[in-house]
Ligand binder design. Structure first.
Ligand code: G1P
Length: 283
């Protein structure tokens, strides 16, 4: 049975790499083809069995909550006009999926954002999805299995699962990077293996591999107690990567090597490339 029903999605950031587009429209609502970026991420979570979305957000980003809410007046108008196709497009979120929003309060980093959701997630295992990262939904034969397999691995091993993707040398400094174990560390599960640790945004010379954390995590609630003890480090921020590193010494953590490819929708150049690709796929 799948016990992972909660997903934490941090959306409080200002999206400075997407200015001026993100000045008054949250970057998560910018389009990729015919849908806002965050819709792909939430659909991915729902396909993996998630039933409770917890947004970690900011007062200036209420448009995201509105997008996930029911617009009663709009529905009434569309119903009156018999626009059934449009009705299903705006009411895409299944009725059984709950959405909660918590405020981060202070911009203290990704680790702090995840910890801000602790009182809603409680003792439940949960996934974290970073909405800048969109797993290619068009490679349909296997890309959407990634989160499903990560959760299945977690259910059978109870070890946290961190999705990684091999990145080019020049991109290593933008990511949390995994340090593989020297000996064979295959966990005997789908695409996953144990790791020695992680380094947040290393210089290429110090990087232990080119396996980058790409924004999908499955955690036991124990991560919250590690986040409470995590002090600011790289960039003066409370880093999720540091808490994972601490978790490794007690529980062990597996990386899950993703299939397909990811798109970075949080940076102007890569967003434009992704936008073009999504539009072409849907044209
Ligand atoms: C965060 C994480 C980093 C991860 C990245 C993926 O960094 O801290 O470990 O590799 O997301 O997108 P950010 O991009 O928020 O600086």
């Amino acid at each position: 049975m799948n016990t992972v029903k909660h997903a934490v999605i941090p959306v409080a950031g200002f999206g400075t790499r997407m200015l001026p587009l993100s000045k008054s429209v949250p970057k998560e609502l910018l389009p990729l083809g015919d849908k806002p970026a965050i819709q792909y991420v939430i659909e991915e979570a729902i396909e993996a069995g998630i039933e409770h979305i917890v947004l970690v957000t900011h007062g200036q980003k209420q448009a995201i909550e509105n997008y996930l809410d029911i617009n009663f007046e709009l529905n009434t108008q569309l119903e009156a006009k018999g626009k059934t196709e449009l009705l299903s497009k705006v009411n895409w979120l299944p009725n059984n999926v709950k959405v909660s929003a918590v405020r981060q309060g202070k911009a203290l980093g990704l680790g702090h954002a995840v910890l801000s959701a602790a009182h809603v997630v409680g003792d439940n295992p949960f996934v974290v999805l970073l909405p800048d990262v969109i797993i290619d939904p068009f490679i349909t034969d296997y890309s959407r299995d990634n989160l499903v397999e990560m959760i299945a691995n977690f259910e059978s091993s109870k070890r946290s699962q961190i999705m990684v993707e091999a990145v080019a040398d020049e991109d290593v400094h933008k990511y949390g990077i995994a340090e593989p174990l020297e000996s064979d560390s295959s966990s005997g599960q789908h695409n996953s293996f144990a790791v020695k640790g992680f380094v947040e945004k290393p210089d290429l010379a110090d990087a232990p591999s080119n396996l980058a954390i790409v924004g999908r995590y499955v955690f036991d609630a124990a991560i919250f107690s590690y986040l409470e003890k995590t002090v600011p480090s790289v960039g003066g921020e409370v880093q999720l990567t540091d808490a994972i590193d601490a978790l490794i010494s007690k529980y062990g953590v597996d990386v899950y090597q993703m299939k397909g490819q990811s798109h970075d929708a949080g940076d102007m150049i890569t967003y434009i490339k992704a936008f073009t690709y999504f539009s072409e796929q849907q044209a």
